[in-house]
Design a binder for this molecule. Structure first.
Ligand code: AMP
Length: 403
């Protein structure tokens, strides 16, 4: 694997995976999620359409297989998920990974690719499978023979979508997607987002959420970033003033702990109607409802912890506020990457609250993003400057704990 870990604090259990899946992960010795897994899994598990931008070898197979294992109904032996990949090798690799990850479940899958005897693939399909994985050509062949029935399909996945388009699979992909039920989830994994991929996404996906791990998440250039010095016990008041100053279109406020998020939510939701909270202890139905409302713009301020919040990619987010300075430098990059993806002429803004004793943590973040953050002042709300604020720069390093 060629990934740098997201916050090393994130575990597979944090992502909301069930115990059998966690057991399978232990069995394959995956200790912690890769960045694309940490970002993509919680989103895909909600059932919405998602695009994951990630390179090969970054754990993207498990990123889409694990949500499938959580969402499909294995009592019903019909094809519920179809994975399309550009090559036979990749299809087989995906099928193997799927078997490894589902070894303890009732999940049955089949790999349908050209260059292999079609008879055994037909036998498997006739016995009944839940997941079909293959290349577009053989998939179409089996659909046209009436063997591969997509009537009960709930999830369609395009892996390496850019490569599939590069090698001319576009008509085949479109043909297959048109045969899939309209009411389905579509997931797309791609290393790049050329116009052809965008067009495919616009045609066949419903308001997809995007997760970009293709550049190690350093997507912070289009964001104006500041820090504010605050006293721990005046953070809430400072936040209130900052919101009044900035009047954000939509704001995502990050906290380190679920309890802290609960407290802030309790305080603000008493005064403002359009505030919501999202963290891993809340039931999935609540999380789905909040995400829907946030996406629709009905929620203006969303209070979240890292695990849940950083998967969010909603174009309306104008402001990110780090109410608590992130624990790990990469978490900063992930958090701030939630904004600045607005149409090119709109900027995103990120504000990080820094208490007196967190100067070194701020410096570590600055080293990580290779940028000195300017201070944002709200008259009457400055704390003393953080200690060691201008600690010596000793060279770049990534993902170091900042505490
Ligand atoms: P992929 O990008 O899906 O082809 O994965 C690349 C390799 O990394 C495969 O050998 C996977 O089995 C392995 N892998 C995927 N996720 C993890 C993880 N979280 N921890 C350790 N290895 C992983």
């Amino acid at each position: 694997m060629t990934t740098s870990a997201p916050g090393a604090s994130v575990t597979f259990a944090d992502l909301g995976l069930s115990q059998p899946t966690l057991n399978a992960l232990q069995n394959v010795q995956f200790e912690k999620p890769s960045p694309i897994q940490a970002a993509f899994i919680p989103l895909a598990m909600t059932g919405i359409d998602c695009i994951g931008q990630a390179h090969t070898g970054t754990g993207k197979t498990a990123a889409f297989v694990l949500p499938l294992l959580e969402r499909l109904n294995f009592d019903n032996r019909v094809v519920q998920a179809l994975v399309l990949a550009p090559t036979r090798e990749l299809s087989e690799q995906i099928a193997n990974e799927c078997k490894r990850l589902s070894y303890s479940s009732m999940c049955r899958s089949v790999c349908i690719v050209g260059g292999r005897p079609i008879r055994s693939q037909i036998n498997e399909l006739e016995k009944g499978v839940h997941i079909a994985i293959g290349t577009p050509g053989r998939v179409i062949d089996l659909i046209e023979r009436g063997i591969l029935n997509l009537q009960h399909l709930t999830v369609a996945i395009l892996d390496e979508a850019d490569r599939m388009l590069d090698i001319g699979f576009r008509p085949d992909i479109e043909k297959i997607l048109r045969r899939c039920p309209a009411e389905r989830q579509t997931l797309m994994l791609t290393a790049t987002m050329p116009p052809l991929v965008e067009r495919l996404a616009n045609r066949y996906m419903k308001s997809p959420e995007k997760v970009d791990c293709s550049t190690n998440g350093i997507a912070v250039k289009t964001v104006d970033q500041f820090y504010l010095t605050v006293d721990e016990d005046r953070k809430m008041e400072t936040l209130r003033r900052l919101l009044l100053d900035q009047r954000p279109q939509q704001v995502l406020v990050f906290l380190r702990t679920k309890r802290g998020a609960d407290r802030l939510h309790a305080k603000f939701s008493r005064k403002l109607p359009d505030v919501a909270i999202l963290h891993g202890d809340l039931p999935q139905t609540h999380r789905d409802r909040v995400m829907k409302a946030f996406r629709a713009g009905e929620v203006r301020m969303l209070i979240a912890t890292d695990v849940v919040g950083r998967g969010i990619d909603i174009s309306g987010i104008s402001h990110i506020i780090n109410f608590d300075i992130p624990e790990y430098c990469d978490d900063y990059v992930h958090r701030v990457g939630r904004t600045g993806r607005l149409s090119s002429d709109e900027k995103g803004y990120a504000f990080t609250f820094v208490t007196r004793d967190q100067g070194e943590q701020l410096t570590n973040i600055e080293l990580r993003i290779n940028t000195m953050l300017p201070e944002y002042k709200i008259p009457g709300f400055e704390a003393a400057r953080p200690k060691e604020r201008r600690a010596e720069w000793t060279g770049g390093f990534s993902n170091s704990p900042v505490s």
